[in-house]
Design a protein around this ligand. Structure first.
Ligand SMILES: Cc1cc2nc3c(=O)[nH]c(=O)nc-3n(C[C@H](O)[C@H](O)[C@H](O)COP(=O)(O)O)c2cc1C
Ligand code: SF4
Ligand code: SF4
Length: 283
């Protein structure tokens, strides 16, 4: 976990500063292809306090951690088949609140976030956090990268600043004014399903072992990193994003038709609605 120590002043806007009783700001995310990290760091940037950043991919850890009532928890996960990615669950369950305020964020690739935000909110509430802000945010699809390509873009980031400012206002309004948020989703949640395509490395792989160290489900053998254990891999794309050689890919024979079909299905949403699906921000 990285720590940065700053004053406990919250900057809502640059011109307006108010001293409030604040503990630590915990910024926690799982971000195989990097977009969730960008989103969470942007939301956290407005909150000026002692920050603890925990990247669940780089520092997997299930040691129990207890937060204080005056702390603030920010959690961001990508949506995988409408749910929270399974490797995140035991790590997020290691967090216990004490009526600690929390902000829940689900980042999704413009198909749908289905039950993921509700699942995250419910999980946090079961662990004694009070979810005072929640957002579903569109970002570039990590598998079908032409979908929502380049997002979050400058306009998205500005909207995240507004969301962050709204969360800060709510934090400062005091717990008496915090009420339960309603977010989209159904329980029982969608069944957990895995994407059938799994990446492997081509001949440009230098066997550096980076992907094997990073894989959240240990699907890559460090002794033979070109191969992927198909039964373990959850297609998270972390190894593809991290490989310095650009050696890891989904199998072309499956990827090309799947990509055409997926882009078509998202395009039909564009045709129906006149624009790509927007982010939903609840706060
Ligand atoms: C295995 C897998 C499943 C996904 N399922 C969905 C989904 O159900 N709905 C959606 O809109 N995007 C889905 N996506 C896209 C990601 O949620 C999206 O690209 C997100 O921004 C990835 O976050 P990251 O860049 O932090 O890894 C999926 C991506 C992966 C890798
Ligand atoms: S990160 Fe790339 S080069 Fe390194 S072992 Fe993995 S596939 Fe090979
Ligand atoms: S092998 Fe599969 S689970 Fe492991 S990092 Fe790569 S895509 Fe993710």
């Amino acid at each position: 976990m990285t720590h940065s120590h700053k004053s406990i002043t919250l900057n809502i806007y640059s011109k307006m500063e108010r001293e409030i009783q604040m503990g630590k700001i915990w910024c926690i995310y799982f971000s195989p292809s990097g977009t969730t990290k960008v989103v969470m760091e942007r939301i956290a940037a407005k909150m000026d306090g002692e920050k603890h950043t925990w990247d669940l991919l780089k520092e997997p850890d299930v040691t129990p951690k207890t937060l204080q009532p005056e702390d603030v928890l920010l959690v961001g996960v990508p949506v995988f088949s409408g749910r929270i990615p399974t490797p995140c669950i035991p790590m997020l369950q290691s967090l216990k609140g004490a009526q600690t305020p929390a902000i829940a964020v689900a980042v999704y690739g413009n198909r749908d976030y289905d039950d993921a935000l509700l699942e995250l909110k419910n999980m946090l509430e079961e662990q004694a956090f009070l979810v005072i802000g929640a957002a579903a945010v569109v970002a570039q699809h990590s598998i079908f990268t032409k979908v929502a390509a380049g997002r979050p873009d400058a306009e998205d980031l500005e909207k995240l600043d507004l969301f962050s400012a709204e969360c800060i206002e709510r934090l400062q309004s005091g717990r008496m004014n915090w009420k339960e948020l309603q977010v989209k989703g159904n329980k029982p949640y969608r069944e957990i399903s895995n994407v059938p395509m799994k990446p492997s490395a081509d001949t440009t792989c230098t066997s550096c072992g980076l992907c094997a160290r990073l894989c959240p489900v240990h699907a890559i053998d460090p002794a033979n990193p070109r191969k992927t254990d198909q039964t373990r891999c959850i297609s998270c794309t972390a190894c593809i994003a991290a490989c310095p050689q650009g050696a890891r890919h989904f199998p072309k024979l499956m990827f090309v038709p799947a990509s055409v079909a997926f882009e078509k299905s998202v395009q039909s949403v564009v045709n129906q609605n006149g624009s790509y699906k927007e982010k939903s921000l609840y706060a």
